[in-house]
Design a protein. Structure first.
Length: 641
């Protein structure tokens, strides 16, 4: 049974199309900091993440790579999991939507919706974004541009099953209005109510027939389940939900979820479709869906086309894991998008990590060893100078808890860094090096160093959810036994007559801007392709015998006797030639039609598996893929010299 001390936290599962960038990894690190904090508070935490592995885009990626979709998602899912592990993410469950149990339950859920009249068979005709796997009406996207990702929309027409969203709309709106924390931050809730739920919801297409890489509808195998029904259901199948009511014990223990942590760009799916699906299943809704902002690079969202993508493993190679975690969590405001650059990261690490936290810890430990051989004596002399620091350290836990309860993670970190900053100021105010010169001020010196060590202990405990290895490093050097979260709420627990480490280790060395930027520039240098043996030399006369012409692909079909070959008709302007080419798996026929290609037109015709080929198209191939040589903008029939 779900209790107040059970806490279920999920992230949106990662889409297995390509390696995720730092903006994607930010979400899992944010979730990890929340999960670690709740565990420290004594909660029984279930932290689930995973990978979303179905859909047309993945099927197309696999074809272009000349492998099966399962081979593709197996590789990318492993890459994603390795990145999560690299970032020290403490998840309890990693689910894949290709897991057998998940797929079985999705099929049963789809059948239940059909049996109870929530879905019906029809035909979809409208706009579709392949990148987002989203449908849009002409009203929602009048310019044929996806309102979520900005990509082009295609006109789609196919038979599919529809879910009657409108049957549940009034109930959903009422739930949102009567549960003010259901959608957070507040601006996200207003967006859903004013932009999407103000007008009647259109029925949602929940199956596809135009591709095969998905969970089959078992009672109508021409259809596969729409990826956004498939993917959303992971939040309950990962707990052992069963449509027939034979739930695993985890479902009863942890559902409903306390927080779904998602990117703001997929809020609609999680706050409209998902709660309606749960209502149709007669299951409780999650307590909160939190739509976090984006982590931007410079002035815009990360994009391969812009060349501004930053990957977490590249940053870790230069900075280390905890500094990268710190940057992700500290630079992201609660509601607005956060912005990072390499220069900003270097400055932040030097300022907060090296100067404020690292300097405070290192100076205090060195002075404790220098003046008291690492052991603080029992005789103390308090002073009014101590009051501000003690007050700040004593109340820090409550401030951090207050911010974490509302997921203001960056504010929590700022509170902790403020304590270390105050410690550095306290050192300057009390001047321990001056106190050490006079025998009569030794007790006062002991008090000052004790206050510093105790404040550092409290700060390190509260840093653990955000930068766990660094926090543990600090506590290990203090050699204190009072490291529990509960102890961070009490000032005065640091042990007397017990030594700190004799060999303090710097938390982090300052980074040199030029040297560090040079490392990033080296990472961005393009990897040269592996050199293939060059062909024997030819004379210019030999080369001129080859006739290269530009052409346009106007028709195409699969070779009747060869799975990897297309039979293409290419218009050269003055005639049409037939070319048999091994492009299956790299291009669909739809992608090939209209391609401006280069053709060797004076090759002796040859029969390939019984079909005559009257030339050859030029392409470049590496170990990952194959791409046609494109001559867009040149009149077809032009000879290339």
């Amino acid at each position: 049974m779900k209790t107040d001390k059970n806490y279920y936290l999920t992230t949106a599962i990662a889409y297995t199309s390509a390696k995720p960038h730092i903006g994607n990894i930010y979400e899992i690190v944010l979730a990890d900091s929340i999960a670690r904090f709740k565990r420290a508070q004594g909660y029984n935490v279930r932290f689930q993440t995973g990978t979303d592995e179905h859909g047309q885009k993945i099927e197309d990626y696999a074809k272009r790579s000349n492998r099966t979709p399962k081979e593709h998602v197996d590789e990318i899912s492993t890459v994603i999991r390795d990145l999560f592990d690299l970032m020290n993410v403490s998840y309890d469950k990693f689910i894949r939507t290709t897991d057998a149990y998940h797929m079985e339950q999705v099929q049963k859920i789809f059948k239940k919706f059909k049996d109870q009249g929530d879905i019906y068979l029809g035909k979809y005709s409208g706009y579709y974004c392949q990148s987002c796997e989203s449908y849009f009406t002409e009203t929602q996207a009048p310019d044929k541009i996806c309102p979520d990702c900005g990509g082009p929309l295609t006109v789609q027409e196919e038979a599919c099953y529809f879910f009657k969203l409108s049957n549940y709309q009034d109930r959903l709106v009422e739930h949102i209005k009567t549960h003010p924390n259901f959608i957070q931050p507040e601006s996200r809730k207003n967006e859903m109510l004013q932009n999407f739920l103000k007008e009647p919801l259109l029925d949602l297409a929940v199956s596809r027939t135009s591709f095969k890489w998905g969970i089959p509808v078992d009672f109508d195998p021409e259809h596969v389940v729409y990826v956004w029904l498939d993917a959303l259901v992971n939040y309950i199948t990962g707990l052992g939900f069963d449509v027939d009511g034979n739930h695993g014990p985890l479902y009863d223990e942890f559902w409903p979820a306390d927080v779904h942590l998602i990117g703001k760009d997929i809020l609609r799916f999680h706050t409209i479709y998902w709660p309606i699906f749960l209502m149709a299943l007669k299951e409780p809704l999650p307590k909160q869906v939190f739509g976090h902002p984006w982590l931007l690079v410079g002035e815009g969202k990360m994009s391969k086309s812009k060349g501004n993508v930053i990957y977490a493993d590249d940053l870790v190679e230069v900075f280390g894991v905890d500094p990268v975690r710190y940057i992700m969590l500290h630079e992201m405001p609660f509601e607005r998008d956060g912005t990072i650059t390499h220069e900003l990261m270097i400055e932040r690490i030097n300022t907060d990590f090296a100067n404020i936290i690292g300097n405070c810890v290192h100076r205090t430990l060195n002075m404790t060893n220098k003046y008291f051989d690492g052991v603080i004596p029992t005789n103390h002399t308090p002073d009014t100078l101590d009051e501000a620091l003690i007050e700040m350290a004593s109340t820090l836990q409550s401030k951090v808890v207050e911010h974490m309860d509302t997921l203001h993670v960056a504010d929590s970190i700022n509170d902790i860094v403020a304590l270390f900053r105050r410690c550095n100021k306290y050192i300057d105010e009390t001047a321990p090096w001056t106190l050490a010169k006079d025998e009569e001020t030794q007790d006062r010196l002991a008090t000052v160093l004790y206050n510093l060590l105790e404040s550092i202990r409290i700060g390190a405990i509260l840093l653990e959810p955000f930068i766990p290895d660094t926090a543990q490093n600090i506590l290990n050097q203090l050699q204190t036994e009072h490291t529990s979260f509960e102890s961070s709420g009490h000032f005065g627990l640091f042990e007397l007559n017990k030594p700190v480490t004799k060999t303090p280790v710097a938390i982090l060395q300052r980074l040199d801007l030029e040297e560090t930027m040079a490392k990033f520039e080296k990472q961005n240098e393009p990897e040269l392709p592996k050199a293939e043996p060059e062909q024997p030399e030819v004379t210019i006369d030999d080369f001129m015998k080859l006739d290269f012409r530009t052409g346009v692909v106007i028709e195409g079909e699969k070779h009747p006797k060869a799975d990897k070959l297309y039979v293409l008709k290419i218009d050269l302007g003055y005639k049409v030639v037939q070319v048999v080419s091994g492009l299956v798996g790299y291009y669909s026929l739809e992608e090939l039609i209209g391609q401006h290609v280069v053709v060797v037109v004076n090759l002796k015709p040859a029969k390939l598996r019984g079909v005559e080929s009257q030339g050859m198209v030029l392409a470049a191939e590496d170990e990952h893929t194959l791409r046609l040589v494109n001559v867009q903008g040149i009149a077809h029939g032009t000879r290339i010299r």
